[in-house]
Design a protein around this ligand. Structure first.
Ligand SMILES: Nc1ncnc2c1ncn2[C@@H]1O[C@H](COP(=O)(O)OP(=O)(O)O)[C@@H](O)[C@H]1O
Ligand SMILES: [Mg+2]
Length: 260
């Protein structure tokens, strides 16, 4: 299989590196006189090339964790290193730059600019990088859109696309900066079963190409398709396991009943 060759090649030529390192992360929120302990001391490392699902029921701390991983929020206590950078020692501005360079976000609601073409949406993260010319920006956006199977929808606007296509644009936008890690928050949450698996096939393809992916979801079924599963409960990590039998999302997709 071609994707396996790509992956073998990737692992032969790249020494495994720790992309994410969390040590005893706590996050408290104060609401009136109450303190909510959203994260109560969570530690884990994620290596380059892992495909991790973070699961847990509503209120377990997934979004709080994702906001910290994505440098949108800082922990009350503990240390978070992203690609070797200690985020606790950074100013807000430095964290914003780090986020732009190292993180590709994919959201449940796609978060695309309306009435804006696919290419323009994908170019957006490159606007913050002064070293990239308009020509190169365009070329890289087109390349990213081709990589997610949207080479024939470059000039379509967000409101002229299906949910699955919009999510592909969002994934291309996440890829265009060549980030150290892709963070997805319930990325298939708004999609029907078939389209969800098409998106999952795409995430597995990116993983096979060597991408590091963290996929946050409340849906335990999705854990079958990632290489590692972390469970949160009441702000604590209660399970962290490697998946010995990663299922092929393309196979599941092919076995789904045809739509009428
Ligand atoms: N900004 C906030 N202010 C106060 N409490 C919060 C805030 N964000 C999250 N929480 C609380 O922290 C806990 C974890 O929330 P969250 O991380 O959103 O969980 P999940 O994404 O797993 O549903 C919940 O009890 C929630 O009410
Ligand atoms: Mg949440």
């Amino acid at each position: 299989m071609a994707s396996e060759a790509v992956r073998d090649n990737f692992f032969m030529h790249n020494k495994m590196a720790t992309v994410i390192s969390l040590k005893d992360i706590k996050r408290d929120f104060t609401v009136g006189s109450e303190t909510v302990h959203a994260l109560r001391g969570v530690s884990f490392d994620i290596e380059e090339g892992e495909f991790v699902t973070i699961m847990g029921t509503s209120g377990s701390g997934k979004s709080t964790m994702l906001n910290i991983l994505g440098c949108l929020d800082i922990p009350t206590d503990g240390t978070y290193r992203l690609d070797g950078n200690d985020t606790s020692k950074m100013s807000k501005n430095e964290r914003a730059i780090l986020r732009n360079r190292k993180i590709g976000f994919v959201f449940q609601n796609y978060n695309l600019l309306a009435k804006t073409t696919a290419v323009e949406n994908v170019e957006l993260p490159l606007m913050y990088n002064g070293g990239i010319s308009a020509k190169e920006r365009h070329a890289r956006a087109v390349e990213a859109l081709k990589a997610v199977g949207l080479g024939d929808r470059l000039e379509h606007k967000s409101n002229q696309m299906s949910g699955g296509q919009m999510q592909r644009v969002a994934i291309a936008r996440a890829l265009v900066n060549n980030p150290a890690v892709i963070l997805a928050d319930e990325a298939t949450g708004n999609l029907d079963t078939r389209t969800s698996f098409e998106i999952l096939v795409l995430f597995q393809k990116l993983h096979a190409e060597g991408r590091t992916i963290i996929f946050v979801t409340h849906n335990p079924e999705l854990s079958r398709y990632s290489t590692r599963n972390i469970f949160l409960r009441d702000g604590r990590k209660v399970e962290d396991t490697l998946n010995p039998h990663v299922e092929d999302a393309a196979l599941t997709l092919s076995q789904l009943p045809q739509e009428d």
